[in-house]
Design a protein around this ligand. Sequence first.
Ligand SMILES: Nc1ncnc2c1ncn2[C@@H]1O[C@H](COP(=O)(O)OP(=O)(O)OP(=O)(O)O)[C@@H](O)[C@H]1O
Ligand SMILES: [Mg+2]
Length: 350
Amino acid sequence: MSRGLLDGPSVDGLESEAPKLTAAFSARATVARAVPTVSDPPDAKASPVVARRQIVAVGGGKGGIGKSLSTSSLGICLARRGRRVVLVDADLGGANLHTALGPNPPKLSLGDFINRRVSSIEEVIMETGVPNLGLISGAHDYLTASNLKYFQKTRLLNRIRNINADYIFLDIGAGISFNIVDFFLLAEAGLLVVVPEPSSVENAYRFLKMSFYRHLWSSARGNGIRAVIEQAMDEKNQQGIRTPFDLLDAVERKDEAAGQYLKQRARTFRPRLIINQTRYPEDERLGPSMASVCRKHLGIDIDCLASVQYEDVVWQAQRRKKPFMLVFPDSKVGQSLEQAAVKLLSSSQR
Ligand SMILES: Nc1ncnc2c1ncn2[C@@H]1O[C@H](COP(=O)(O)OP(=O)(O)OP(=O)(O)O)[C@@H](O)[C@H]1O
Ligand SMILES: [Mg+2]
């Protein structure tokens, strides 16, 4: 693994690598990438049905990187394999997942549930035209989106958690505010979409770090320990806590049992990556590089679920207002996303 592509001791270190990243991604060659074929046939009867509901949150800390493409495509793949899937547009500021699924905006949205114009979240699950696939469209009214109160968020997260489906996908917004990170942490399987550009890599790294701290904060028992974690969230804190390793040590020094417990909880944070819009052979190194950096500097193990090529068919499908995975399933992008869906299926059956 080449040091320098991503390596850095902290976000600051990562930022200082940005020029090298830019250089690495601008010296380009023509791509000829073989996409492995999908072995699992799209047959609902071919693989056993999942035992319990899985929540998959799709984030990345940045806009325009392929979160909605990934969410809609993975959802379609699993629905076509007979799983009951609900897609939730949890991008409260810029809801647009419905545009990846068809021409018409749904009549009801998350805003109707948040503002209690309907009594249950099930009432805002709209049909998509794809059997087994439902959609909860995002809140469009500005007031709802930007003023989500704590109790509204808690109610929303609880209801989403209890939707009756095999898979619930959350398409979450850009940024690293707690409202966004808390959607990501609702999932057993957090999926991070990253494109091979310095700004995306940096945002994803920050997003992961903040999500990890928030995960530890939610796991912590007692205000004293939470206060230490809150200090760590301030990157320039006076206690010198710069990394999750420093944080776990600081907690252990304060309370050994709490430190041990948090270390256990830390190991349950296992997000996955989709590297999207790859164009050049060196882009294929980004997944392993990010995994290495996250392991070394954050102590987080991440798996790369898929590497998805840049292909014009994606915007062609969007221009035609058709779900990408229905019109171009055999394209390279389609095959890579199908393969990612198969991996998701097999990991949830473990
Ligand atoms: N693999 C790809 N190949 C070509 N174009 C792509 C690919 N992935 C995404 N795009 C294009 O990038 C744009 C953003 O994709 P998408 O809407 O899925 O991203 P997003 O992260 O959900 O964005 P937002 O944060 O604005 O909701 C779209 O125009 C889409 O067509
Ligand atoms: Mg989107």
